[in-house]
Design a protein around this ligand. Sequence first.
Ligand SMILES: [Zn+2]
Length: 219
Amino acid sequence: MLDIIYRYDPARPAEHPYPADGAEALRALEQGNREFAALVDPLEAGGGHHTLLMPLDLEDLGVATRGESVLPQRPFAVVLGCSDARVPTEMIFHQGCNDLFVIRVAGNVLGSECLGSIDYALHHLGESIRLIVVLGHSGCGAVTAAVDAFLEPANYLGVASSHPLRAVVDRLLLPVRAAAQALEAAHGAEVSRRAGYRRALIESSVALNAALTAATLHQ
Ligand SMILES: [Zn+2]
């Protein structure tokens, strides 16, 4: 059995240690992810009763300030992640309300609206934000579409006629090409003929896409 519980307990108010800097914020997210993984892993091994508890305080739910003023935002990290429904950002980092400023878009591509959202967060919430994260994930559908267009250009015809789809896939072709070159440099020119190449290219492209986006944001 598995319980994921969001709990407000007036007798035991939520302790909410605020990360002092980026390194501490990163440790908080990594620790939260370890706690989430520790919940899921035993289930895969079979059985048991496991609970993941997320303590909340009333202010972060907007209850304590109801009727008085608007709850101030105080996220400690910005996360640019994929829209993929299997990657619920707060849950996989074991964070609660008001902890993360999350932008989700297919393929976690850095379009101008995403950049504008991040820019807003840094300019208006800069006092609380310690870290910006670009989060890719395995088996990304958007990256897979770009990989398939790269491997078989005829597949791109289905994308080419859709401007909204191209806005996502076109941004992913650069990291896919870079990943293909990296695999070739590491494993030789014949690597694309080997079994499992498509899957390796997808996962390499996911990592490179996140890294290139982070580098672009840093600039
Ligand atoms: Zn995805």
